[in-house]
Write a new protein. Structure first.
Length: 546
């Protein structure tokens, strides 16, 4: 990942920290930050960063301004400059910091601070830019400083001796936040599993009853209610919630249905395992039923014995330590968000994820009742819609390439900017497909990227969300591609399978569909398919061009 860090103070030590996880552009000097942003042919743009972070110190930026009026004019000038830069470089994500304006001057207590007014005008300007430009974001530096403490975040000694504004601890926090931003999609987990007693509420419901557990707007119950608020906020960013609890379901259900102070309700959970089975077995079942890897799960439980069992027997599952002091639940919730679920933005499919997985559970139940697989697939009334991708599909396509592991033939990962380049390229086709059936719409779940050759079309990427696996959708989509490429004048299709730890389910896909192995080495295979001559494919859906 290529990123750039520019500043009007010395950030060499910060760059050194971030360089451990990214390829970081080294500026010609912190005094040249604005010049590098403005010059079209600067080394910065030749470096082609995906992310550019602009960290600004207010004292250095406005210290020479004599009046609030002069500072206001300066802010308007910076707004015009930033607009120009952002518009010129739509393929770069710009993160411009807000300001923490230290009040060095000694003044009477009754005098209104110019520094605070400048802070407010600056953040207002940044938010206006963020609303206008999809590649511009506010880097919330002041939020980090406020949470950590100003006296610990800054280092007067480093500033006066070397021009370093931030302390070592402060720089570590900035580096961590940057890493969360540029690695958000790849590190993000998919599902948060929660215990009930003494985790979502205080006390044991089987002993106290639904109305006597600790969950309330005030006092002890407020800490659990606030924790539930944070869990719901995480869910609303596209994360699945699940319950894993040793309990009587009737007792737990009564809480969700009758306790007026509960924030989370039964419909907020994609899957619920409330029984007396071993939690290890329940979590394995959840992984299988949701069709997501164990390494996509985070498990929260107040019981250290249960946590240790999961750590020992299911090491892929993330198991954070629950706070012994439950007044720390708010901070714990924030850490869970930052460490496992942080993201900058979400797409429409993320908002509907809980409903989609609940609909998938209905499909699983229907399959269990079906006479055979063929009748089941026909009964779904599946409709596949496929189209050549447009730029507004790029964010979802990038997300799918970065997060899809099981049905992913080449496991190539693309950023949103790279996807847009492919969509606009004359050397590639980028197809995207959505899938819906009688239970609901799964949204955009399939990506196929094809590289044009002279006579061959090369399937650069073929991937599909785990939500629609096992329904022979891939057969019809490959037939569609084969016919499409033949119509475009190609005589062969070249395809690949690159073996990974997770894509074993599609290892024999091309073999099954009549492709000829051209090359094989250590599980990696290259195939060729002659056009015309499309083989008969399974057809359990209606395929439409959208």
């Amino acid at each position: 990942m290529k990123i750039a860090i520019l500043s009007n103070v010395n950030v060499d030590m910060l760059i050194s920290k971030v360089s451990k996880s990214a390829n970081v552009y080294v500026s010609e000097g912190y005094g040249a930050w604005l010049q590098e942003l403005l010059e079209q042919d600067s080394n910065l743009y030749n470096f082609s960063p995906a992310y550019t972070f602009v960290l600004l110190d207010a004292q250095e930026l406005f210290g020479n301004s004599k009046t609030i009026e002069e500072s206001t004019l300066e802010i308007l000038r910076f707004k015009e400059i930033f607009q120009q830069i952002i518009e010129r470089h739509p393929n770069i994500n710009f993160y411009i910091s807000d300001l923490d304006y230290l009040e060095y001057r000694i003044r009477l207590y009754t005098i209104i601070s110019d520094e605070k007014q400048i802070e407010i005008l600056w953040i207002k300007m940044l938010f206006e830019l963020q609303k206008t430009y999809p590649n511009m974001f506010v880097f919330r530096l002041k939020e980090l400083i406020s949470e950590f403490g100003r006296t610990k975040f800054y280092s007067p000694k480093l500033w006066y001796l070397g021009g370093f504004k931030y302390s070592g601890a402060g720089e570590t926090l900035i580096a961590k936040k940057m890493e969360h931003i540029f690695a958000a999609t790849s590190i993000r987990k998919k599902c948060l599993l929660l215990d009930l007693d003494n985790t979502l509420w205080g006390g044991v419901v089987g002993e106290l009853g639904a109305s006597k557990i600790a969950i309330a707007p005030v006092k002890e119950g407020a800490q659990f209610r606030d924790f539930q608020l944070r869990m719901k906020e995480i869910k609303d960013t596209g994360i699945l919630l699940g319950i894993v609890s040793k309990n009587n379901w009737d007792d737990a259900r009564e809480v969700f249905e009758s306790n007026e102070y509960m924030v989370l309700r039964q419909e907020d959970f994609a899957i619920i395992k409330v029984n007396w089975k071993d939690k290890v077995d329940n979590i394995r079942e959840i992984s299988q039923e949701l069709n997501i890897g164990l390494d996509s799960l985070v498990f929260i439980d107040d019981n250290p014995v249960e946590r240790e069992a999961i750590k020992e027997l299911l090491p892929e599952v993330a198991v954070p330590d629950f706070p012994q002091d439950t007044t720390e639940l708010g901070r714990f919730a924030q850490n869970i968000w930052q460490d496992y679920f942080f993201t900058v933005s979400i797409v429409q499919e993320d908002l509907n994820k809980t409903n989609m997985y609940r609909q998938n559970s209905e499909r699983v139940q229907a399959l269990k009742k079906a006479v055979n697989m063929e009748e089941y697939l026909k009964s779904l009334n599946t409709i596949i819609k496929v189209w050549l991708a447009k730029p507004n599909d790029a964010e979802r396509i990038a997300q799918l390439t970065q997060k899809t592991n099981q049905f992913n033939l080449t496991t190539k990962r693309y950023t949103e900017d790279e996807v847009i380049e492919l969509i606009n390229s004359k050397s590639h086709y980028v197809f995207v497909a959505s899938v819906e059936d009688k239970y609901g719409d799964n949204g955009k779940v399939v990506v196929m990227i094809i590289k044009k050759g002279e006579t061959s079309a090369e399937l650069d990427a073929f991937l599909m969300s785990c939500r629609v696996m096992g329904r022979k959708i891939e057969d019809q989509l490959l037939e569609y591609i084969e016919q499409k490429m033949y119509q475009e004048g190609f005589t062969t299709i070249i395809s690949h399978y690159y073996l990974t730890a997770k894509n074993k389910p599609v290892e024999d896909l091309f073999d099954r569909l009549g492709y000829e192995i051209k090359y094989e080495n250590n599980g990696n295979k290259e195939y060729i398919f002659q056009l015309p001559g499309c083989l008969e494919r399974s057809r359990y859906a209606r395929l439409e061009e959208a």
